[in-house]
Design a protein around this ligand. Structure first.
Ligand SMILES: NC(=O)c1ccc[n+]([C@@H]2O[C@H](COP(=O)([O-])OP(=O)(O)OC[C@H]3O[C@@H](n4cnc5c(N)ncnc54)[C@H](OP(=O)(O)O)[C@@H]3O)[C@@H](O)[C@H]2O)c1
Length: 269
């Protein structure tokens, strides 16, 4: 499933999240994912695995322009000049000439506007194909109207049926910003929810597959992480079914404002 961002760039909706994997494990996981068919790889400077992720892409033998690579500017690197430097460093570590999507990792108070200005420059100069933000709750997006020349193409947020941020989702749709779900399978913390198990039984799918498909059926991008080849495969085998509108609405109702780490971006406002 491919989505056209508001600048015309095509991006796969389903991808691999690379948080909490290091060195050989990260390289091998990226290779396995690309072999299975994943074409979107999400990492970040803060994950400290950009070199291994880049090595995995290189070792896969898949042409560079067939893989959509995302990385993120770290909180400590925010600011105008430091963001420009951080982007160069990420490219060098990954062994790539360009990144497909460069994201601001968190909306840090005091530096987010300058950071965005640097990201706009990277985009305007053609260094990166698309730019976006992460963890931009509604007030951050509204504030952005005062300083941004370019509307972010993507907003990557914690998003699942258990944290269905409807107001934010609707605002992003209205602004043509693609929502991308992090922790889309809630790090397994709701796999034993009887409501989820019941609906999974109905479709003959696993809880993880239902949560991933819920995102795709909403037209969110979704980036589940797994270091296991078996689970990478399981998470990718969601393209051959869809959830009925009625059951999507049912799953929307699972919302309980649950955050896997308890970290609410609004604490940075
Ligand atoms: N922008 C941000 O601020 C931000 C924050 C957090 C995450 N992210 C991104 O979002 C990605 C995904 O989020 P996440 O890693 O926090 O959580 P997640 O994808 O919801 O869950 C990952 C966890 O679930 C396990 N798992 C994966 N597939 C499974 C399956 N089919 N059955 C059972 N368990 C399964 C994984 O273990 P195994 O590896 O052992 O399978 C891992 O422990 C990250 O990797 C990162 O790229 C971004």
């Amino acid at each position: 499933m491919v989505y056209q961002l508001h600048n015309g760039i095509e991006m796969p909706l389903l991808g691999l999240g690379c948080w909490a994997m290091w060195d050989e494990e990260a390289q091998k996981t990226v290779e396995n994912a690309l072999e299975i068919g994943y074409r979107l790889i999400d990492t970040a400077s803060m994950y400290q695995n950009e070199a291994a992720v880049g090595a995995g892409i290189a070792a896969s033998g898949i042409a560079r322009n067939d893989v959509f690579v995302t990385t993120k500017v770290a909180n400590d690197d925010q600011g105008y000049e430091s963001t420009l430097r951080a982007y160069e460093k990420s490219c060098t570590l990954m062994g790539l000439d360009y990144v497909d999507l460069y994201l601001m990792h968190w909306p840090i108070k005091g530096t987010r506007a300058e950071t965005w200005r640097a990201m706009e420059r990277l985009y305007e100069e053609g260094a990166v194909r698309a730019i976006g933000v992460c963890n931009f709750a509604l007030p951050f997006l509204q504030e952005m109207e005062g300083y941004a020349n370019i509307i972010p193409m993507v907003n990557q947020c914690e998003l699942s049926p258990y944290l269905y941020q409807k107001d934010l989702v609707e605002a992003c749709i209205a602004k043509n910003i693609l929502m991308q779900a992090w922790s889309p399978i809630v790090r397994g913390k709701r796999f034993d929810d009887p409501k989820l198990l019941e609906i999974a039984r109905k479709y003959g799918k696993s809880p993880a597959q239902m949560l991933i498909r819920w995102g795709l059926d909403h037209k969110f991008s979704t980036i589940p992480k797994s270091s296991s080849k078996e689970r990478l495969l399981e998470n990718f085998e969601v393209l051959n079914f869809s959830i009925s509108a009625e059951d999507i609405a049912l799953m929307d109702g699972f919302d309980e404002g649950f955050r896997v780490s308890g970290e609410d971006p609004m604490s940075m406002y």
